[in-house]
Structures are given as structure tokens and as C-alpha cells.
Write a protein that binds this ligand. Structure first.
Ligand SMILES: [Zn+2]
Length: 342
């Protein structure tokens, strides 16, 4: 018995002092001590020679010895596998996962294009709320109380008395900018607007606009014409022709609609331009003195021009789209066709 105890003690000392620098050495340790013909098994085999009254005591000693050897093996295995760099499956030379690039909405593409042209002329982008009060959307813009645009048939009211509504144009941004009192003003106002219209292939209850406003001393109709002519050439090509037709808007005086020569038939007349050779693209005019006064600007000192255009119609023309509802249906097959990143 004494001999067996000493043997176990010697084995423990040997196990304790064993070191391994690689997995091979750890494996050799396992075979020597814990393998089917290993020393732990051999020592356990000595149990049959232990007298019955000592079997319980020795059983514990042998079990503890076995656990001691197993713990050492676990320690060797984890420390040697950590040392080994090839154990990782990470291959740094593999190409990375590609990140799918999205596409921009055609309305955003068109809006950005318009903005970038006016930015080159010194116009800054201004934004405003889509839910607006009556004053900023109608009254300040010189729209009389009986004007049909105020009718429930044409405008979505969120609440009445006091009136809150979904803005019918982005002109409310111009009013808010003028009220700030910082002159001169040279802004471009893109945004979504709402009108109570029947949804069809040609019209929708919401659409997008870009409006512009320039107010300073001595701004004339010639400035308006030259600015919009520059825009038309940049937007539709240097050979585009423009024409102004007298018009009426409550917030401008004089007012004009601007047409460009039809880019599809080059002015010869086609279905898109209804055989006229011209396409209507925007409304414009000199800011009405009443509007300036409403916003605290002296109309005897300052003048300015304003213009506004829809985004949907030029986008329909540019991309050859025949149904305005496609813009808001979120059909990914439609949207994926617009690959520009601008
Ligand atoms: Zn045409």
C-alpha cells in the first residue's frame, strides 16, 4: 500500500512539472497518462489488490489522481491551441462582402439637379413645415378670403378655427424666410405639397415643388428672365428656347408662365407638347408689394422675383414614366432602375 501511495505521489510530481509548447506534446501527454493503456488506467487497475477495508479510502485517492491528470491535460490543450495561429479559420486575403448600393428616388434625383443649378447662382436651400397655418399658406401670400384654393375641395384641413392645413405650395417657406428680416434673400425651397385632387395617372393628392425667391434692392424682371433662362439651358440643354406668357397669381405682379421648347420634337409638335412645340414648366413673377408688406419688408425699397415648378412633370418627361402613381408605390422593381448616385 505504501508503495502505491508513493507511486501516485511521484506520478503527481511528474505531471505537475510537465510542460508542452505545442499540441503534439499535449497529445503525447494524453496518450501516456489518459490513453487506454495509460498510466492512470494502470494505477486504477491496482484497486483489485487493495484490501476491502481500504477500498473506500483508496477509491477517493485514485479518483482524485485521475481528475488531477485530466485537469492538467485540459490546461495543456487550451494553452497550446491558443499558441497556434493556424487554428483560426479567418482568411484575411478573401475579398470582402459587397454592400448593396441603393438607388435614389427619381424625385430626389430631379430635385437635387434643380437645386445644384440654382446653388451655382448663389441660392441657398430653405425648408419649412408641411402642416401650416392659414396665414403663412394663404393670407400672407395675398390670397383673398374668397379664393377657391382655400376651399375644402382643394385643400386638406387638419383643423378649422383656427385653421391648420397641409401646405398647398412651398411658398410658406418664402413667407417664413422673409419674416426673419435678413436681406437680401436668395433661397430655393424644395418640398412636398398637398392638394385635394382625385388620384389618377396624371395627378396625385401630393406632389413636390421647388420654389425660388430673390429679394434685394433693384431686382428687376430682367433678372428674373436671365436667371430662369440660365436654369432652362442648364437643365434642358443649351439649344433650348424659352418663352414667357402673361399670367395671374395673387402673390406676384406682373406674373408669367414660362415654357420651354419641347425637347422631344424640337418644337415641331408632338403628343407630349400637344402639337404646340412648347412645354409649360414653371410659374413666376415679381413679388407683389402686399406680400412684401405682410412680411415687414419695405416695398418702396426692395423688389424681388419668385418662381415655382413641380418636380413630378419634368421627372415623368426625363425618365419616360407614364403614371405619376409609380413615384409613391414603393415598387422596388420601379425604383431599382434609377442607378445614379447624385
Ligand atoms: Zn413636342
Amino acid at each position: 500500500m505504501e508503495e502505491l501511495l508513493k507511486q501516485i505521489q511521484d506520478h503527481k510530481t511528474e505531471i505537475e512539472s510537465f510542460t508542452a509548447t505545442d499540441e503534439k506534446a499535449a497529445e503525447e501527454f494524453r496518450i501516456k497518462w489518459l490513453g487506454t493503456k495509460g498510466l492512470v488506467k494502470t494505477i486504477m487497475g491496482e484497486m483489485k489488490n487493495v484490501p476491502n477495508e481500504k477500498k473506500k479510502e483508496f477509491g477517493q485517492i485514485l479518483n482524485e489522481f485521475k481528475q488531477f491528470a485530466e485537469a492538467k491535460y485540459e490546461e495543456l490543450r487550451s494553452s497550446t491551441s491558443n499558441l497556434k495561429p493556424q487554428t483560426s479559420n479567418l482568411d484575411l486575403t478573401l475579398p470582402g462582402d459587397s454592400i448593396p448600393v441603393g438607388t435614389r428616388h427619381p424625385i430626389s434625383l430631379m430635385t437635387n439637379r434643380i437645386i445644384s443649378i440654382f446653388q451655382r447662382l448663389g441660392f441657398a436651400v430653405a425648408e419649412g413645415p408641411e402642416i401650416e397655418d392659414d396665414w403663412h399658406n394663404f393670407t400672407a401670400l395675398n390670397l383673398p378670403q374668397h379664393h377657391p384654393a382655400r376651399d375644402m375641395q382643394d385643400t386638406f384641413y387638419v383643423q378649422q378655427n383656427p385653421d391648420w392645413l397641409l401646405r398647398t405650395h412651398t411658398s410658406n417657406i418664402q413667407i417664413r424666410e422673409m419674416q426673419k428680416g435678413k436681406l437680401p434673400i436668395r433661397i430655393i425651397c424644395p418640398g412636398r405639397v398637398y392638394r385635394n385632387e382625385t388620384v389618377s395617372a396624371r395627378s396625385h393628392c401630393f406632389f413636390h415643388q421647388v420654389e425660388g425667391l430673390y429679394i434685394d434692392e433693384n431686382v428687376s424682371f430682367a433678372d428674373l428672365k436671365q436667371t430662369l433662362y440660365f436654369f432652362a439651358k442648364e437643365m434642358y440643354g443649351s439649344d433650348v428656347k424659352i418663352r414667357f406668357r402673361p399670367s395671374y397669381f395673387p402673390f406676384t405682379e406682373p406674373s408669367a408662365e414660362m415654357d420651354i421648347s419641347c425637347m422631344l420634337c424640337k418644337g415641331a409638335g408632338c403628343n407630349v407638347c400637344k402639337k404646340t412645340g412648347w412645354l409649360e414648366i414653371l410659374g413666376s413673377g415679381m413679388v407683389h408689394p402686399n406680400v412684401l408688406s405682410n412680411c415687414g419688408i419695405d416695398p418702396n425699397k426692395y423688389t424681388g422675383f419668385a418662381f415655382g415648378m413641380g418636380i413630378e412633370r419634368p421627372a415623368l418627361l426625363k425618365y419616360g414614366i407614364n403614371d405619376i402613381r409609380l413615384f409613391s408605390e414603393n415598387d422596388i422593381r420601379f425604383l431599382k432602375q434609377f442607378t445614379s448616385a447624385v
